[in-house]
Every structure is written in structure tokens, then in C-alpha cells.
Design a protein around this ligand. Sequence first.
Ligand code: GLA
Length: 417
Amino acid sequence: MLAIRSQFFNHFNQHPSVVVKSPGRINLIGEHIDYNHGFVLPAAIDKYIEVAIGKRNDGAIHMVALDLGETIIVPTNNLMPHTTIWVNYIIGVVDQVFNSIGNNLATVNNNLFSNETNLAAGFNISVQGNIPLGAGLSSSAALECAVLFAINEMYGLSFTKMEMALMAQSAEHKFAGVKCGLMDMFASLHGQKNKAILLDCASLAFTYYPMELKEYSIVLFDTQIKHALASSEYNTRRLECEQGLNIIQEKYSSVKSFRDISLEQVKECLISWDIPKNKMNEYKIQEKSTKVSASKVYERCKYVVEEIARVQLAVNDLQKGDMQAFGKKMFETHEGLSKLYEVSCPELDFLVEAVAHNENVLGARMMGGGFGGCTINIIKTSAVEAITKALSAKYNQVMHKELSYYIISIEEGTQLA
Ligand code: GLA
């Protein structure tokens, strides 16, 4: 990447006030669990989105995506979802800042008439990055967090990292239409070098765990595909889980979230459950929708309850340094995501199955939202090269696609650059 400061200057003829870099993330275990109030175990990685920003006085946000060579200008008094996707991650978080402290930031800074302190007066922003897009490494969350962090710094606001994570999540719901959980933004902002973070998605308490991989490496295999249905299926999974939870709560009123539910209760309430006709609307199910069926609701909820328990056991493995046991759970998670939660795809399954019986691979599974993107693998460092070579050839032969791979390191979260 060319230095972002000089790129910014070349484009806007102004030196940036603030430059920020924000990382992508991996998730070791706990998939599709954040919005179900379980536990996730993500970490920030050595791939980043960088932004440079500087103030303006014309009431507009001037944005340039350096890698794409695109420039877009949006007035600050008319923030709404934009047809250019990347723009939404910038204006979406600006909208959140306005929502949380009002349109005139000058009042916050006790300087009512100076545009210098007023976000509504506009700013210039340039963006570049090396997080592969659409690979499930959360480039969009990294961009949102970078923008928020930069605004927070430039206007002297004092949002905490957790507040910024929640704002970025709301921006994604409102401007990108994906009802995502908190994990990606949380991880990008809170990352620490060589540590995985256990986030309790109900209380938002979190704990850092050292990742002592010793002779092992974390390798991501990138299917190079992203199915168009990813975001609509994502929202459907969320709805299916909510429906399952509602049904269980009808019988067990003390149940607050999936955290309080046993597998027995899932079986008892959902295995032979059928949607009563008069409840169709209540469960927000369209009669014509074949996507949501009673048996699917059972399978989704079974996966969620199993995965919540699995993450807790996996953290014990991590604390004991038992990476063999940890890796085994990653394979189990993949099985659940593929068969019960149905967010995998043939390419992801292929990549996991191809390494499943390799003694140098401790664990592998699809990672992130699914329907494409990457698998995450824990592989003996000395075997990475040979495995990658063999897998690339096989993938090419069977799936007729190129395989990309990234040997990643675990790094600090969003920071000034
Ligand atoms: C996407 C979402 C996250 C999370 C994962 C699945 O990355 O943005 O909130 O739900 O999928 O674990």
C-alpha cells in the first residue's frame, strides 16, 4: 500500500488530521452465536483498513476509496443508505455519531459557531486496505471502526471502544441491511497482540486469553467465492433462532436466552413442533415462505445450544494448552454449521474435509457468516507449505477455482497510524 498520508494530500491538497488503522478479524470458535447471546472467541489480525481524515467547511463528506479509484460526495444533512456499498460503512457510522450526540458537535465542545469543531461541517476521508474483500474477514467492520475511531479522535469525543462497537453494529443494520451481531466490530476495536478474546455476548464482559500456538500456525484458506444469498440467509437464521426461542419461552417462562436452554428442552419443545396456522403472523412467518420450516427451527436451535457449550469447553482446552482437543471442537463446529445451521457451501466443506484426516492439522472449520469466505485452520508450521500446495492443486482440480491462503498473526486492535 502506498502511504495513505501522501495519497490523502495528493487528493485533497490538505494534510490529514488523523490517520487510523483497523484490523480484520478471525474467530476461533463460537460461530453464529453472537446474536444468540452466547460466547465468541475472536482475535484481530495483521490485515487492515486504513483511513485518513481532515476537516472541511462545505457541509459534505468527501470520500475516496483509493484501491477502487472511486470518489463520492454526500452532504452531512442527508445521510441515508447509498447505492455504492463501501460508502454506507462511512456514512452509516457518521449517522450513528449524529444520533448519539446530536447534529451540532460544536455544542459538545462549547464552541457553538466554529465549524472547526462541527462534524456537520463535513470532512475529507480516504480509505485503503489489504483485507481481502468478501473473504469473511470483516473488512466492512474494520472500515466502520476506523472511521469511528478517527472521528472520535478528530472531534475530541470520548466514546469508549465498546460504545463505538455498538454504534458500528447499528450502522451495519441500518445502512447495510445485515442484522449482524457485535463480534466483528468488537474484535477489530479490542484486539490485543497474540491474544484471543472471549466475549460474553449477553453481558458484553470480555477476557483475553494468550494464544500460545508454539509449533502451530493459523492459516486461512479462501474459497474465493461469496454467494449472493449470504446476507438474506444470515437474517433468516436470526429469525429462525428467535422463533425457536419464543416457542421454548412459551413453555419455560424463566428462559431469557439460549444460554438458559438445555438440549432436552430444545428436543421437547421443537422436535415435533409444527407452526400452528393461527400463529403464522405471530412468528413472522409468511405461509408461502418455504425457507422457514419447523424442522429447520429445531436444527438451528440445536446447533446454537451445542455451540454455546462447545465454546466454554474449548476455552478450558485453551487454558490447559490442549490444542488437540481445541482443534477437534473446531471440526465439530464445522459439522454443526454445515449440517444443522446450513451456512456452509460445497467449497467450504471441501476445504475442511480435505484436511480433516491430516495429522498436521489440529482443527479446521468455516469461519464467519458462511456461504463462501474462508476456512480457519490450525496447522503444524513445518507442514503449512506442503499442505497448502497440495490443497491448492486439489481445489483447482475439483472446484475449478484458485485457492488463496493467508498465514495470519494476531495483532492489536484499531489504533492511530
Ligand atoms: C458475521 C457477522 C457476525 C457473526 C458472524 C457469524 O461475521 O457479522 O456478527 O454473526 O457472521 O459468527
